[in-house]
Design a binder for this molecule. Structure first.
Ligand SMILES: [Zn+2]
Length: 102
């Protein structure tokens, strides 16, 4: 079976797919790529709204996390919420937990 070109790419420019873009998301945001690779991804983002939205979201999330991490300490109420959330998850699974009391 032949792998025909799916699209007519601009000459000399490699087209990346959404899957490639998605795989590149985190290294891209972490700045692990060279400028050429970055341009390829950026070009895809300029054309592809779905990926663009996704990247923007992750970028915002990432900077938010970094911002929070810089504040050094997680607020107590947030920690309590996370803890109770985790307990809730465990509770859903461990339906038989109370039976141990006998
Ligand atoms: Zn895409």
């Amino acid at each position: 079976m032949k792998r025909g070109s799916t699209k007519k790419a601009e000459k000399g420019q490699r087209e990346i797919t959404c899957l490639e873009a998605f795989r590149s998301l985190y290294p891209f945001l972490d700045g692990e790529f060279g400028s050429e690779r970055n341009r390829e991804i950026q070009r895809h983002l300029d054309r592809c709204r779905a990926c663009c939205t996704k990247f923007e979201f992750e970028k915002a999330l990432k900077s938010l996390i970094q911002e929070k991490a810089r504040e050094a300490e997680v607020p107590l109420h947030l920690r309590q919420r996370i803890a109770s959330f985790n307990r809730g998850l465990l509770g859903l699974r461990g339906e038989g937990a109370e039976l141990n009391e006998r």
